[in-house]
Design a protein around this ligand. Sequence first.
Ligand SMILES: *Cc1c(COP(=O)(O)O)cnc(C)c1O
Ligand SMILES: *[C@@H]1O[C@H](CO)[C@@H](O)[C@H](O)[C@H]1NC(C)=O
Ligand SMILES: *[C@@H]1O[C@H](CO)[C@@H](O)[C@H](O)[C@H]1NC(C)=O
Length: 567
Amino acid sequence: MPGSSRLPVSLRETFNARKSSPRGQLVALNIDVLRNIIFILFLLRWTRKLFYQLKGRGIIGSLVDIYTYSRRTLYGIFLRLPGVRTKVEAQVAESILKLQSKLVPQGPGVERTLTLPAQGWSTEAVQKALADLEAMEHTRWEDGRVSGAVYHGGDELLKLQTEAFGKFTVSNPIHPDVFPGVRKMEAEVVSMVLSLFNGPEGAVGVSTSGGTESILMACLSARNKAYHERGITEPEMILPETAHTAFRKAGEYFKIKVHLVACKAPQYKVHLPSVSRLITPNTVLLVGSAPNFPHGIIDDISGLSRIAHKKKLPLHVDCCLGSFLVPLLAKAGFESESFDFRLKGVTSISCDTHKYGFAPKGNSTVLYRSDAFRKFQYFISPDWSGGVYASPSIAGSRPGALIAGCWASLVKQGESGYIDACHKIVGAMKKIESAIREKPELSSDLKIVGRPLVSVVAFLSNTLDIYDIADGMSERGWHLNALQSPPAIHVAVTLPIVAAVDGLIADLVEVTEEVKERERRRVAEGKGAKGAVRGDAAALYGVAGSLPNKSVVVDLAKGFLDTLYKA
Ligand SMILES: *Cc1c(COP(=O)(O)O)cnc(C)c1O
Ligand SMILES: *[C@@H]1O[C@H](CO)[C@@H](O)[C@H](O)[C@H]1NC(C)=O
Ligand SMILES: *[C@@H]1O[C@H](CO)[C@@H](O)[C@H](O)[C@H]1NC(C)=O
């Protein structure tokens, strides 16, 4: 290769020339200047990073960050040491197998359909199989045994929704000329939700497949807006640590750096001074929840709104869970806090029609103060060979049936229907709350987290292992939600739970008594390992809580996801 020697030669020439000719000196000078500029830029960048790290987290906070990071890394390395690794892997595999035996029906009697039947089944056979699938043994949500999960609006509504499905099964809003009714219903759903949240003149929205998509869209819009208007290429957002994990998903999907802000006792609301300190020129979005999922606490949205307005930053309020309850608290006669578009700093709100709107699962809305925000979530491809393509959110084709089901639910319930549901649901939450605060059998060991105002009530214990209580409740057929940091459990009250709430309190009293008794015996027999057999929640969270590096939990969770697809 004759050409390959040319570069070094010319470099050598430059190098030699540097020392001799004036022109060479100029080149040398230019290289030096360039080098210095690059060095200064580099220095500036890191100084800036350091400055904002110290401003955001303080010296002690930064030291804590470094400590946590080192511990996590070291523990991660420890987990990967040859001897340790095989042991950990074996244990993870064992746990996953146990999980599989619970989730995937096994045995000779179980029929599986793993390939397409060569001949289609008869209608009767399909109907029978569907009935059997529905009747598989499960935690009884029908009897109000499941926290959250099933946001049921009653049997009459269910029938109406099914009817709506039937009429619009094949419809797809991507073709508004073919399905004009679906387009009309979708627009009306957004308008109804906007009015519920006091959308100002010019407020707009989009409907999505669920709370997660609504949140993803709000984050995407904020990121894109900041890029187009402020040239931000390294976006950051600031979340309460209790904000729904969909925001962390958005951070991962859209490469937005996430800053978490503590929500400390006794209020468990996002700490506003920390939010202010974490704002940098790269911040694209602030977030608050009304209420949050873990504790059912409404963040100080007025305070967040003041910060957002002053700093000219978008503020998203997550009302996915609050949905049709939180806007109607006052009308239902309960205490309320400001959270909606009447606060001038609030720029977007997510509201799940499929939670307390009682719409069929797969429906939510994201609302924006104006089109200046919404337009940044749209996807438009003007030059695709398939034609000019435009879609408002992640999905392409979408089920018109769900839109019809959602629309039917909203107009059937009406404001009075939702106020009535709010009465029942928040009333039942308060019943659980006062039982825990006031019944001596409960109040001596359980403590309510913050001051819940909506449908979720969370509690922890300073004397007992709260996960043992969760497992005790599971044994009695209840499915409550286990929470972590701090260890706690919560009940998200739904209409089916309203009817079962007295039974829930009675069982909670008995389980607490049992766990206390077991604890007493354990202490009497001398401190030792905890009771031999521990329940699922205690086993998982008891261990996970103390791990500096949760890669084992990540492996377990991946195994769980894999299991979901074992036929
Ligand atoms: C349920 C929930 C979401 C996400 O909703 P999905 O519909 O499950 O995607 C977001 N935020 C809060 C507070 C929630 O409770
Ligand atoms: C665990 O530690 C390793 C490095 O030691 C790191 O790469 C990994 O991200 C950590 N995992 C978690 C979940 O903290
Ligand atoms: C309902 O759900 C579908 C998909 O899950 C979504 O595309 C549609 O926009 C939603 N409609 C309403 C009115 O919320």
